[in-house]
Design a protein around this ligand. Structure first.
Ligand SMILES: [Zn+2]
Length: 319
């Protein structure tokens, strides 16, 4: 699985960072999922190899505009690019009418079926290769994280079972290996009964805004990657009167260290953190604060950077 960051700034865009959006890409390298859709997400996508036709579903973490104002434009463009497959959109119930109204009053008629699902009551969402579940977080408004778990990764034929069930060796095995059902002497053989995962499934958690990382304690057990906001550093938080429901790099790093998560990706940085390390405060302050408390693979997300979760279970940048 890969992660491609489309927007890594909190609240407002900067010249170097757009507002929130993260793509989760299947191990196959094609089908992908979008978590949050800040304004301008569709422009960011133009700089990536991702196609709107391969987008399987959109997941919105909470109602704030920097996480959803890009939806109407992105959906309209998906329509104009000729998408015909239905699209699942999981988002807070309060946003459903807004999406429908935005499309209706602008006379945007999508050539595909848009299926709206209420985030608050979602009991899990699945495609052939990914299962997505939710975890409730803490913010000024209800906010959630999404857990992406691979289903039956890199399936291989279960040879023992094939032989035990008397399925003759030959081209039929090839069909089953490709996931195609076959018929043997009038008997329908379901491919999925003969495919076994050849490695453990990966699990990636992509969070919405959250001021209490401890809420992730259960779901983080055994997870490969945690993508979490680090809007502030400790000194900045201490000098301001309120934290608006966000986390510091220190709090997230401490949590990830205690939970034993091997890969931590920080994102959603306050616009005050500058890319130039000579300026203050800079994004280097965020890195240093987290690195002092976390010994795993630490990544500070940047727009249009892509990371691959390899066989060694470590995230590595795809250049
Ligand atoms: Zn936000």
């Amino acid at each position: 699985m890969d992660l491609l960051f489309l927007g890594t700034s909190s609240g407002v865009p900067t010249k170097g960072r757009n507002v929130s959006a993260t793509a989760v890409i299947e191990a196959s390298g094609k089908a992908w999922y979008l978590v949050d859709c800040g304004e301008g997400t569709q422009h960011q996508l133009l700089h990536t190899p991702l196609s709107m036709r391969d987008l399987r579903a959109i997941f919105i973490t909470h109602v704030h505009g920097d996480h959803c104002f890009g939806l109407p434009g992105l959906l309209a463009s998906a329509g104009m690019s000729g998408r015909s497959e239905p699209l699942d959109l999981i988002l807070p119930l309060d946003l459903h009418d807004w999406v429908r109204q935005s499309l209706a009053v602008s006379q945007t008629f999508l050539p595909f079926e848009l299926r709206l699902h209420a985030l608050e009551t979602l009991e899990g969402w699945s495609s052939a290769h990914i299962h997505v579940s939710t975890i409730e977080l803490s913010h000024r408004v209800p906010s959630y994280g999404y857990v992406f778990a691979e289903v039956n990764p890199d399936p291989r034929l279960d040879l023992e079972r094939l032989q035990a069930d008397g399925i003759p060796r030959g081209p039929l095995w090839g069909d089953l290996a490709q996931g195609r059902d076959v018929t043997v002497e009038g008997r329908l053989i379901n491919a999925r009964n003969y495919l076994r995962p050849s490695r453990p499934g990966r699990r990636i958690i992509v969070c919405g805004d959250n001021d209490n990382p401890e809420l992730l304690a259960e779901v983080a057990k055994g997870a490969d990657v945690l993508v979490h906001e680090a809007t502030f550093t400790l000194p900045v938080l201490e000098s301001s009167r309120t934290n608006y429901g966000h986390s510091t790099a220190a709090a997230v790093a401490q949590f990830a260290e205690a939970a034993g998560v091997p890969n931590l990706v920080l994102t959603h940085f306050s616009a005050r953190y500058q890319n130039n390390p000579q300026r203050s405060p800079s994004i280097d302050d965020v890195r240093q604060e987290a690195a002092a408390r976390y010994s795993g693979q630490l990544i500070l997300a940047a727009d249009l950077r892509r990371y691959h979760l390899g066989r060694d279970a470590l995230l590595a940048e795809v250049l």
